[in-house]
Design a protein around this ligand. Structure first.
Ligand code: BEZ
Length: 262
């Protein structure tokens, strides 16, 4: 797993503009009140954080990527470089029980990537929420982008890379309702609602731009195979992912939950 910041705010704007655009119902689900203090985890370039800020008293954004945070700061938002795993310890910037709502869109599939860090992330969220506060999340769920993941795995397996090595390169956790319920309840949350739904997602061009924006970690260990990987996945997915008019779609599965700190 690479640790340097390979996120590009420019690629994100070009290939991921659908992320904040397809969020109206998760924002509605958050039911923000004008008095609410909100923490936006994985705020990225701040497009959605800005939208939240118009509906509540104050919003603070945190993210692991300095490149994306630079774009968020340019929107006059209060943001900090705090990876999800560090929320538990970040008591100066994020004091105990200081938020009415913790919100996150399209970030928890990255943040919970490592099994051993999942409980720590959930405990951090629990710490910063006030009693009665809500934790509202949308992220990639079980079976998300299956055609892309299967094609990427098939490429590396066909070149003799062991499955465990590919797992280490995979930057995602696509948890099920069952997996999330356990994580939430173990951390002391009461789950109000949870479910997974399909969201076919149009791409700006084709899957090669999508991989370059989101799944670049896969080729970090084998940079010499990057072009071969992109070509292989393009060919493998074309039949199921390209519409008659040439537009590409990836089959996203969104997991959404609302949980209470009792
Ligand atoms: C998602 O939002 O589900 C997602 C985005 C990028 C890569 C993988 C999943």
């Amino acid at each position: 797993m690479v640790t340097e910041d390979l996120w590009s705010a420019e690629k994100y704007v070009k290939n991921a503009s659908f992320v904040p655009q397809m969020t109206s119902s998760i924002v509605e689900m958050a039911k923000l009140k004008p008095t609410d203090r909100v923490l936006d985890i994985g705020c990225g370039d701040g497009v959605l954080t800005k939208k939240l800020s118009s509906q509540c008293a104050h919003v603070i954004g945190v993210d692991a990527s300095d490149n994306l945070l630079k774009a968020a700061k340019a929107k006059a938002l209060e943001v900090y470089r705090i990876p999800g795993q560090d929320i538990l310890q970040a008591k100066t910037v994020l004091p105990d029980a200081s938020f009415d709502v913790v919100f996150s869109n399209a970030a928890f599939h990255w943040i919970l990537r490592k099994p051993e860090e999942r409980a720590i992330v959930m405990q951090g969220v629990h710490r910063v929420l006030r009693k009665g506060g809500r934790f509202v999340v949308e992220a990639g769920g079980f079976g998300n982008v299956a055609e892309a993941m299967t094609s990427i795995y098939a490429f590396y397996l066909s070149r003799g890379v062991p499955r465990e090595t590919i797992d280490d390169l995979c930057p995602f956790y696509f948890g099920s309702e069952h997996g999330y319920m356990k994580l939430l309840e173990d951390a002391g949350f009461q789950v109000e609602s949870i479910g997974i739904f399909d969201r076919p997602t149009p791409l700006v061009d084709d899957v090669r731009g999508w991989i370059d924006t989101f799944a670049f970690n896969f080729y970090s260990a084998f940079p010499e195979w990057k072009q071969d990987l992109l070509d292989f996945v393009y060919q493998a997915m074309k039949f199921v992912s390209e519409r008659e008019d040439g537009r590409w779609f990836v089959q996203y599965k969104r997991l959404r939950f609302s949980a209470l700190k009792p």
